[in-house]
Design a protein around this ligand. Structure first.
Ligand code: GLN
Length: 485
């Protein structure tokens, strides 16, 4: 058994017993990267030297009996989280050579546990996309079928975990970017409640929607990482001062009598039959292990994508105004005067999808249109929140598909932004309402591509999600399958 193929909790046990070292795990992971990274392309930056140093330090800690779950375990980080001294590109030419002078809060928390960083993972430029094809720096392939996309925007983070190129990773989710790639790559991905995890040091896309979360090989690992990264942070005024439960404790309980809501609006026409089939089978399985399944309605679902594509670009257009070539990031070589320098810097530094969003957002916020677009979209957002509030009066969690289709072919949707946007029809409502959601493996398509099951709960009820997810996982083997690399 190769160490790179194990989970956090399996490696922790071996480390604790002194049977292996972090150095051995780290070498095993880099050996794996050497074998498959050429095919998968998950990383933008690899940090083998830093990893070796961190592994040495963590082995010393462990020798002195100072070990926690993440000590000495190699992780990859989506290249949107600031890492001191390590390039943080956001998949963009604009930040291609940007080296942050500080660590984001989540990175600091992982460092406090003496984790090992393997490198920075590929993503759609500034997290805008659903396939990682919008990365300006490289292409990432789905380990299950190298002709297909890994999902996005945290495509590198999901592909790396699926391909065993790290033991776990962090992603960020603004409209589905943790759950959708996790679903398409057959791994576990959780978007926490808005405010549960600090966004300090997360490069902003749409600040009222962005949230960092774990991508892992199983549900236990997800709970372990959540224990570490969650909690209030004085550096993020939107993080919530609320106690963090021990998420691993939630896994121990069964789901007898749990009320599971199935929203009828999530089984729409045009949905891939393999996805529908796998999700319906998953719901039956949950019923067979004790859950009560009821039909619920989330009537405003169909307006989610439209509202999101006003609100997210509006916030992005404001957040991305800082890339002007003056303070940091790319600057054009031949700006004639200040205005010309701004224009050229931004024309050359941003890719087409980012420009599209900046234009959409600027338009939606402009005088005379604000009421018609941004304000309307915000009202729709409130309706979506009310949909969930009503639904959760009837059930403990909601179970639904993650993505309407399994992974699609590279290039298939690139020319049609609307098709790409529709990938997130089932994930966007959770971001607009701030509730948490997970994707766990629940089957495979006829073509052998992974399919994910989404579980949603009320704000700050991640424990319920993890509990249902764990019970499902215990009764299935999908999470144990490895891609044919
Ligand atoms: N695919 C969605 C978008 O393009 C969501 C991205 C995300 O969650 N970061 O905006």
């Amino acid at each position: 058994m190769e160490l790179y193929s194990l989970t956090i909790h399996e490696l922790y046990r071996l480390l604790k017993k002194g049977e292996i070292t972090s150095k051995e795990i780290t070498e095993s992971v880099f050996k794996r990267i050497g074998q498959v990274e050429d095919k998968v392309g998950a990383y933008i930056t690899l940090t083998p030297d830093i990893a070796a140093d961190m592994a040495r330090e963590s082995d010393e800690k462990i020798k002195r009996g100072n070990i926690s779950y993440l000590t000495g375990i190699p992780a990859g980080i989506k290249d949107i989280m600031c890492t001191q001294g390590i390039k943080t590109t956001c998949g963009s030419r604009m930040l291609e050579n940007f080296i942050p002078p500080y660590d984001g809060t989540v990175i600091k928390k992982l460092k406090d546990c003496h984790f090992v960083i393997t490198g920075k993972l590929n993503m759609d430029e500034f997290a805008m996309g659903s396939s990682t094809e919008h990365s300006a720096l490289r292409i990432t392939r789905n380990p299950w079928n190298l002709e297909t996309i890994p999902g996005g925007s945290s495509g590198g983070s999901a592909a790396a975990v699926a391909a065993d190129e790290c033991i776990y990773s962090l992603g960020s989710d603004t409209g589905g970017s943790i759950r959708q790639p996790a679903s398409l790559c057959g791994v576990v991905g959780l978007k926490p409640t808005y405010g549960r995890v600090s966004r300090y040091g997360l490069v902003a896309f749409a600040s009222s929607l962005d949230q960092i979360g774990p991508i892992t090989k199983d549900v236990t690992d997800c709970a372990i990482v959540m224990n570490v990264i969650s909690g209030y942070d004085p550096y993020d005024s939107t993080s919530v001062p609320r106690d963090v439960p021990d998420y691993t404790q939630a896994l121990k309980r069964g789901i007898d009598g749990f009320r599971i809501g199935v929203p009828k609006e999530y089984f729409i026409e045009g949905m891939d039959p393999d996805v529908e089939d796998a999700v319906k089978k998953a719901i039956s399985l949950l019923e067979s292990i004790g859950a009560d399944v009821i039909e619920i309605s989330l009537p405003c679902t169909e307006y989610g994508v439209a509202a999101y594509y006003i609100i997210a670009p509006a916030e992005a257009s404001s957040n991305l105004a800082r890339y002007d070539g003056v303070r940091y990031g790319y600057r054009t070589k031949d700006g004639k005067d200040l205005l010309n320098m701004y224009c050229k810097t931004r024309s050359e530094g941003f890719g087409p999808e980012v420009k599209r969003r900046i234009m959409l957002g600027t338009y939606a916020l402009s005088a005379g249109y604000y009421e018609a677009y941004y304000k309307k979209a915000s009202q729709v957002r409130t309706l979506l929140i009310q949909d969930f509030e009503k639904a959760f009066e009837m059930c403990d969690v909601i179970v639904a598909p993650v993505s309407p289709t399994p992974a699609f072919k590279i290039g298939e949707k690139l020319a049609d932004p609307l098709q790409m946007y529709l990938c997130d029809v089932f994930t966007i409502p959770a971001n607009l309402s701030g509730i948490p959601g997970i994707s766990i493996p629940c089957g495979f398509s006829k073509a052998g591509l992974p399919i994910g099951l989404q579980i949603l709960s009320k704000h700050f009820e991640e424990e319920k999600i993890l509990r249902v997810a764990y019970n499902f996982e215990q009764n299935t083997t999908y999470h144990l399958k490895k891609p044919p690399l």
